[in-house]
Design a protein around this ligand. Structure first.
Ligand code: SF4
Length: 121
């Protein structure tokens, strides 16, 4: 897909983190207590600093951990919505540029992840 760097997906992020995401970011030198927040639902997510993801460099409009970014960030704008399944997030203005192949490939990964989270069978 063609990303326009609109910044919307890194603003007020609610991206969920897997233990593998956290481990990878820790191995890259980041401290879990600084980049994570755990909600009342027990889910660990990326922390925001002000309006932006902890890892977002607003001045340079880029992710500081692009190579090690969470799987959910890699898969975005392909998301899984309970009751709807795999969809392209309507927040992304470039979502329509995603190819069928990319949608299928990312969708398959997403389904696998959601199954391991036991949200679907
Ligand atoms: S980790 Fe990177 S890609 Fe993911 S929300 Fe934060 S800044 Fe954006």
């Amino acid at each position: 897909m063609q990303c326009s760097h609109c910044e919307k997906c890194c603003e007020e992020t609610e991206m969920e983190l897997s233990s593998r995401d956290i481990r990878r970011l820790e191995e890259a030198g980041h401290h879990r207590e600084e980049f994570t927040v755990t909600g009342e639902d027990g889910v660990t997510r990326l922390r925001n600093i002000g309006r932006w993801c902890y890892f977002y460099n607003h001045a340079e409009k880029r992710c500081r951990v692009y190579k090690d970014r969470p799987l959910g960030c890699y898969l975005y704008p392909v998301v899984y919505l309970i009751g709807e399944g795999v969809v392209i997030d309507e927040l992304c203005p470039m979502g329509e540029t995603i190819s069928e192949h990319e949608l299928r490939t990312k969708g398959r990964i997403l389904i696998k992840v959601v199954k391991t989270m036991k949200l679907i069978s």
